[in-house]
Design a protein around this ligand. Structure first.
Ligand SMILES: Nc1nc2c(ncn2[C@@H]2O[C@H](COP(=O)(O)OP(=O)(O)OP(=O)(O)O)[C@@H](O)[C@H]2O)c(=O)[nH]1
Ligand SMILES: [Mg+2]
Length: 232
């Protein structure tokens, strides 16, 4: 990136059965930032892809189930579109596109290479985060801070990163561990991480697949803690 060249941004949205959320979400993103919006349909059985297309998103498909697989497929499309910076946004409308500028600014002003949206520094709406998820997140963030020497408050998925850095990380975790792997590898690389406050809301429509289910909670905790320890 040079100072003169316009910086190209892609917002990658992994989506599994988010037909009730995706159209409004993509529209909101497009109103707020001049970015490519890439929706990765992770084998949805509803109208997620059609809704995303109707809202003007680039839609890619990934049949292998997993948050990381969906993100990785979106990243390949972002690279094909010539993006310099990629932001990740959940497809359930639990994060606000209006906060994208805040997430992108430290990278665009060359003060960070990875920005992490922290819900603890921002706002957690009532009902958005069940107690076990609060505890797991707090624990994992403390562990990561201690092991990697980076003062973090949250391990949230709403984040932005320079694409060249992301592509150099050789990402391996293709399910729940993808966000954690990204953080630990960036930290080990000595690249600059910055937290920014974001707000977190209950998903707008559809069913919770992670924190609202026992299986999702256990798997997410296992992967997040496992990956944090694995790269220490
Ligand atoms: N859980 C899960 N989410 C996926 C998958 N593929 C894509 N996604 C999307 O990834 C985003 C993040 O999912 P989560 O927020 O972790 O899952 P959720 O079902 O909203 O569950 P909670 O937010 O924990 O209640 C959502 O937009 C999902 O639609 C997958 O294989 N599993
Ligand atoms: Mg969610």
């Amino acid at each position: 990136m040079t100072q003169d060249a316009p910086i190209s941004i892609a917002v990658v949205i992994p989506a599994l059965n988010e037909g009730g959320n995706i159209r409004a979400l993509v529209r909101e993103v497009r109103q707020i930032v001049p970015a490519h919006v890439v929706v990765c349909d992770n084998g949805s059985t509803d109208n997620t892809a059609a809704e995303a297309l109707a809202a003007g998103a680039h839609v890619v498909y990934e049949a292998r189930r997993g948050y990381g697989f969906a993100c990785a497929a979106g990243v390949i499309e972002a690279a094909a579109l010539g993006a310099d910076v990629v932001a990740f946004l959940d497809g359930d409308h639990s994060f606000l596109p209006a906060e994208l500028p805040r997430l992108l600014a430290p990278i665009l002003f060359d003060r960070a290479d990875l920005t992490l949206g922290s819900r603890w520094l921002g706002h957690i709406a009532p009902g958005a985060m069940p107690p076990q998820q609060r505890f797991g997140n707090w624990l994992a963030a403390r562990l990561m801070s201690a092991l990697y020497g980076i003062p973090l408050t949250d391990l949230g998925p709403y984040r932005a990163i320079r694409l060249s850095l992301l592509l150099s990380l050789d990402m391996q975790e293709m399910t729940f561990g993808y966000p954690t792997e990204m953080m630990v590898k960036v930290a080990r690389r000595g690249a600059r991480l910055a937290e920014v406050p974001v707000s977190f809301h209950p998903r707008r429509s559809g069913r919770s697949k992670v924190s609202g289910t026992l299986r999702g909670t256990v798997l997410a905790a296992r992967y997040i803690l496992g990956v944090t320890l694995q790269y220490a």
